[in-house]
Design a binder for this molecule. Sequence first.
Ligand SMILES: Cc1cc2nc3c(=O)[nH]c(=O)nc-3n(C[C@H](O)[C@H](O)[C@H](O)COP(=O)(O)OP(=O)(O)OC[C@H]3O[C@@H](n4cnc5c(N)ncnc54)[C@H](O)[C@@H]3O)c2cc1C
Ligand SMILES: NC(=O)c1ccc[n+]([C@@H]2O[C@H](COP(=O)([O-])OP(=O)(O)OC[C@H]3O[C@@H](n4cnc5c(N)ncnc54)[C@H](OP(=O)(O)O)[C@@H]3O)[C@@H](O)[C@H]2O)c1
Length: 460
Amino acid sequence: MSDVGSEQNPVRAAIVGSGPSGFYALEALIRSEPAVLVDMFERLPSPFGLVRSGVAPDHPKLKKPIGVYQKLAGAPEFRFFGNVNVGRDVSVEELRNCYHAVVFACGAETDRKLGIPGEHLPGSHAATELVGWYNGHPDYRDLEFDLSHDTAVIIGQGNVAVDVCRILAKTVDELKHSDIAKHALEALAQSKVCNIHMIGRRGPAQAKFTHQELREFGELTECEPVVNPKDLELNETSREELADRNNRANLKSFEVLQSFAARPPPASRRRCRFHFLKSPLELKGEHRVERMVLARNLLEGKPSQQFARATEELEELTCGLVFRSIGYRGMPIPGVPFDEGRGVFPNRDGRIIDGESAVPGLYATGWIKRGPTGIIGTNRADSVATVKALLEDLPNFGATQKPGADGLKSFFEYRGVRVVSYEDWQKIDSAEIRRGQAAGKPREKFTRVEEMLSVLDEVK
Ligand SMILES: Cc1cc2nc3c(=O)[nH]c(=O)nc-3n(C[C@H](O)[C@H](O)[C@H](O)COP(=O)(O)OP(=O)(O)OC[C@H]3O[C@@H](n4cnc5c(N)ncnc54)[C@H](O)[C@@H]3O)c2cc1C
Ligand SMILES: NC(=O)c1ccc[n+]([C@@H]2O[C@H](COP(=O)([O-])OP(=O)(O)OC[C@H]3O[C@@H](n4cnc5c(N)ncnc54)[C@H](OP(=O)(O)O)[C@@H]3O)[C@@H](O)[C@H]2O)c1
């Protein structure tokens, strides 16, 4: 029998997840020298992961990589199996029996917790939930956010926190021509939120948001940014950090904050206030969130390694809504080792490991490999590195032949899994675009799995 990777015996690879890292793994595989056949499994009927359901609806340019993924999906070596949840509809063991290699590109789908008293009071949410809700992710379709309160507090100063604040800050007119989910636009139209507070535990020189995203707060129709000039007084180490040429991005953000601090008092209906060196200690309220207790922090440590230490100085902030935006977190899949501490699949160069040994045929890429940081493009190099490791392991696969998804058909039938092909997805995609046209939106997303599947029944 021919070796794996020959025309007669192509490498059979399964990719779990259809976000950026999954598509970049596909790209690296089909561009490689050995012959490959790639099947991609996605738990939703719709592909593209966080580019569809994370990237903010009012940032359409940042969704452009979808065009690249659509081209890749046209490759003859590729098949899409949407609406298939790996770990539930098909086990990892079954995939291992049918493929030489399984590449997990399943992202980081849950959120990190603050671990403070009151965190679970009604009115306290994860940013993950709001993001999924306004982007029409079916998992978050039925959530409700009580936007009748005037004050919302967002914990964290990364770009997700910026997205959440901006969506709460924008008017309906600023959002209505985006692909924001209809139910979210309707709820936001009634929003009474006018005081938005973004809280950072470290200082203005360490904030993780980027200056382009920050600058937008100076350009909104009905919301103005507020920064207390005193909050921009830096300690010696932070001044050293900003003077470092490798830290130009933070310097640019700091300059934007300086420009906000120099603005006259806000006259708009809404304001977004940026706080620094504060950590939430407790959420208080009788039946729901009413107040947040914050500790004032000091920075300690060497340049670029400064961390926040709470002081005895406390303050209370009255609020009706809290969103923690302190990072996403990967979820385990039965049959794959999981690092509970970091929320990733433990791996060496993309090879999934159990203790010290690599698990034959299992690989990871993207957020489930390295943790929930990095922009869309970061996942490309990551997937190239994982596929390189996979191809180095080719001699270990010997001459075994694997059936790919043909070996899974009977399981899908037996379990009543309705598989959505890429052609099926294209029909759903066209229907969403048609629905959007009437409202002047790029698309009106289906926000329930059943709605997507019913499109396929209609066009049969
Ligand atoms: C709110 C938010 C906004 C962002 N905005 C930007 C931006 O504007 N610009 C930018 O460059 N980057 C942005 N990013 C970062 C970017 O989205 C990530 O770098 C990227 O999506 C990570 O890719 P991934 O493939 O690892 O994970 P994901 O994109 O999360 O894809 C994982 C896929 O796996 C699927 N999956 C999960 N479990 C299973 C399973 N068991 N079986 C089958 N399928 C499964 C999921 O449904 C999903 O489709 C943003 C991130 C967030 C959270
Ligand atoms: N437009 C875009 O390009 C875009 C949009 C959205 C997301 N993204 C990318 O997606 C990735 C994820 O973004 P993210 O915002 O979720 O993560 P992030 O950039 O890592 O930011 C997390 C924030 O949470 C804070 N934090 C963490 N633990 C905390 C705690 N216990 N208490 C208080 N604060 C805490 C962090 O503070 P410390 O700094 O002190 O740790 C930081 O401010 C990032 O790489 C981001 O750039 C990009």
